[in-house]
Design a protein. Structure first.
Ligand code: PEP
Ligand code: MG
Length: 516
């Protein structure tokens, strides 16, 4: 079990060093130790990762950073950790002001700074450590960008004290096939050297590190690969993807297509906007396994817990209620237009049957604005996500100006119950079985049936085989989920008639929740 050290924050300016010369003399050895460790890691890595580590090592060894910090210790009587922190801040400002490629290095200098500060304080550096053996990772919480970089070969499981089951951290862990349990109260206070983690049941127990644990392989559910109820009503069973690996896993699991391609997951670590050609290649690679099949590409859903550095958004007091998703495109339509151009190109390259949809749409006017732009870019089918209660209430008007809708139950629950999806303490409210949420889904299902247009679900709710029947009974015509859930949901639908799905929906609307 490996604990992820927390960010150290800004070191204090006091106490003043008793011997400033001696305090200043600690800086160069600490910076050199950090540089040497980064070089060791670079030697074990290859390709781009090795280059990045070597560049970071060179920054740590840069005498200019240490010289300025030494000056601050002596001139301003600062403790060494604070001096290196302030020295790095000066460098970061100059890099940011230089713009372009240099501005992209600001995150690197901050990383170097945190490592040298940790070295001077004699504590573990913050962030996900390099794992030397397969381990369970334990953290207060983990950013989606850090989670995306985890290697399922070495991370046996992830356990966090905070976070909710529909947070992007949990979604990414699921996509990587890493068992994860979030919102474990008291986790960080737990005195244990090893943990037993069951991602299916959500249990975490202290374990004896000496005794080996066997896990039983799960048997795949029997499903013929065509989503239908037992009496022949079609409910397409689709995959949620954010990378080439996800797309392959979804195709291997028998997905009939992709119901949600989270394009922002391709760019979580990018510090510059990818060019149209780069985007086109990245999208085409994800679409490739689905040639001739339906794929819904979602335009960038940046903001809130998925900040994209190249968009340089202003800080907001409530980011989940701020400028995220399609709202970014209202100010910066050029970013959306470049993405639509790249998607149109990827359609030609991949041969997939592509539709686009926009995230975080609140009104029919916003939906119409997006659909017009998508069609102008040459994309035949344009829809929007229903993930704000206002959009569910306006489903009829939205369907009048779009070709389809897809319900994002993760955000729809968060905004319906006013319960942050990243917060373990309110996770019980973010439960898609809640009747109030299902009533909004019924509005959407009825509107879609009357309009004769498709309505899908692509939030985590679709991955629950029992709830999948309820969603079908509420009028949803497709369900999209992570690869691991596809067969079980397909098999579950095939066991019920549409009338049974409708009975299950009525029961769930009344608050009846079946036991699995
Ligand atoms: C599918 C959804 O989008 P995301 O999880 O990416 O916010 C959702 O909100 O349910
Ligand atoms: Mg969402």
């Amino acid at each position: 079990m490996v604990r992820i050290a927390e960010s150290l924050g800004e070191p204090p300016r006091s106490p003043k060093p008793a011997d400033p010369q001696a305090e200043a003399a600690r800086i160069v050895p600490a910076a050199q130790a950090v540089a040497a460790r980064l070089e060791e890691l670079a030697a074990k890595a290859d390709g781009e990762a090795a280059d990045i580590l070597l560049t970071t090592a060179a920054m740590a060894a840069d005498p200019a950073l240490a010289v300025e910090a030494e000056r601050l210790v002596v001139a301003e009587e600062l403790p060494a950790p604070r001096a290196i922190y302030d020295s790095a801040a000066g460098f970061a400002r100059s890099l940011a002001a230089a713009g372009g490629y240099l501005a992209e290095r600001v995150r690197d200098i901050e990383d170097v700074r945190d490592r040298i500060v940790a070295e001077l304080l004699g504590v573990a550096p913050p962030g996900v450590p390099e794992l030397t053996a397969p381990s369970v990772l334990v953290a207060r919480d983990l950013a989606p960008a850090d989670t995306a970089g985890l290697d399922p070969a070495t991370v046996l499981a992830l356990v966090t004290e905070q976070g909710g089951p529909t947070s992007h951290t949990a979604i990414l862990a699921r996509a990587l096939g890493i068992p994860a349990v979030v919102a474990v109260r008291g986790l960080l206070a737990l005195d244990a050297d090893a943990l037993l983690v069951d991602g299916d049941t959500g249990t975490v127990e202290p374990a004896d590190p000496a005794s080996p644990v066997r896990t039983a392989a799960r048997t795949a559910a029997d499903w013929d690969g065509v989503g239908t109820t037992s009496d022949g009503h079609r409910i397409k069973v689709l995959g949620n993807v954010g990378s080439v690996a996800d797309a392959r896993a979804a195709a291997d699991a028998g997905a009939e297509g992709v119901g949600l391609f989270r394009t922002e997951f391709c760019y979580l670590g990018a510090s510059a906007e990818p060019t149209v050609a780069e985007q086109r290649a990245a999208y085409a690679a994800v679409l490739a396994p689905f040639s001739g099949k339906p794929v819904t590409v979602r335009t960038l859903d940046a903001g809130a817990d998925k900040p994209l550095a190249f968009l340089a958004q202003e800080a907001e007091p409530n980011p989940a209620l701020g400028v995220r998703g399609l709202r970014i495109a209202f100010d910066r339509p050029d970013v959306l237009d470049r993405q639509l151009e790249a998607i149109a190109g990827a359609v030609k390259d991949s041969g997939a049957d592509v539709a686009v949809m926009a995230p975080m749409v609140a009104t029919a006017a916003e939906a119409a604005w997006f659909a017009d732009r998508a069609r102008a870019a040459g994309i035949r089918r344009a829809g929007v996500m229903i993930e704000i209660p206002a959009a569910a209430l306006a489903a009829r008007e939205i369907l009048a100006v779009t070709d389809f809708v897809s319900v994002g139950t993760n955000d729809l629950a968060q905004y319906t119950f006013a319960a942050d999806r990243q917060l373990g303490a309110v996770a019980a409210l973010n439960d898609p079985w809640q009747p109030a949420l299902l009533r909004l889904l019924r509005l959407v299902g009825d509107a879609a049936a009357d309009a004769g247009k498709p309505a899908g679900v692509c939030g985590e709710a679709a991955a629950d085989p029992l709830l999948a029947r309820v969603l079908a009974g509420l009028g949803m015509t497709s369900l999209s989920m992570n690869a691991a859930a596809i067969r079980a949901v397909g098999a579950g639908l095939a066991e019920s008639t549409m009338d049974e799905c409708k009975v299950a929906a009525e029961a769930a609307l009344a608050g009846d929740r079946p036991r699995p």
